[in-house]
Write a protein that binds this ligand. Sequence first.
Ligand code: GRF
Length: 213
Amino acid sequence: MTVKIGVLASGRGSNLQSIIDSVESGFISGAKIAVVLSDKKDAFALERARKHGIDALHIDPKGYDGREEYDKALLWELKERDVGLVLLAGYMRIVSKTLIKAYKNRMMNIHPALLPSFPGLHAQKQALDYGAKVSGCTVHFVDAEVDHGPIIAQAAVPVHEGDGEDSLSARILEQEHIIYPQAVKWFVEGKIEVEGRRVRIEGVRQAGISVRT
Ligand code: GRF
């Protein structure tokens, strides 16, 4: 059975692209990206989707009375297409209970830090300002708290002397494009089991990688 994927994105969509490429190359098989939804009309993610023949919709939050109502509209679009896995990929809105409940352990997010360190905005800058020597990225299931749900995969990268937000972000982003498709592949293959905060992946001993660059 094909797993239908729905992606929520607000910006440039490089993570979306890594998922598109992984589906097209067959790295992720048995899945189809059914729709990309964005709160931002000019999100480059929408363009990327359309280029690959994927339904791409801008749904304007201004047309809805609050977060719950907006998320109900998103949920309708997702259900309409029988979406079984939702991916947040640079999605800049807080997701409400409506969506979280509907997609419990079926909605993933990617965050550019090693959670639980540096949740929230500007994670790379937070890591630099804190003086961290190692940072990275995390794929996790979405729960009611921001950047908090059960961790599926992580990659660690060094912070270099002289790094700025841009150079550290680029080093981290390279790993995001590896671990997000990997996590999706595991999900699609039915290998992920969640027990409380713990995520087990069938046949995988190590869902964390450490990169020396
Ligand atoms: C990524 O760094 C991701 O970790 C964070 O937002 C950024 C989105 O980048 N959640 P892109 O839109 O996928 O290129």
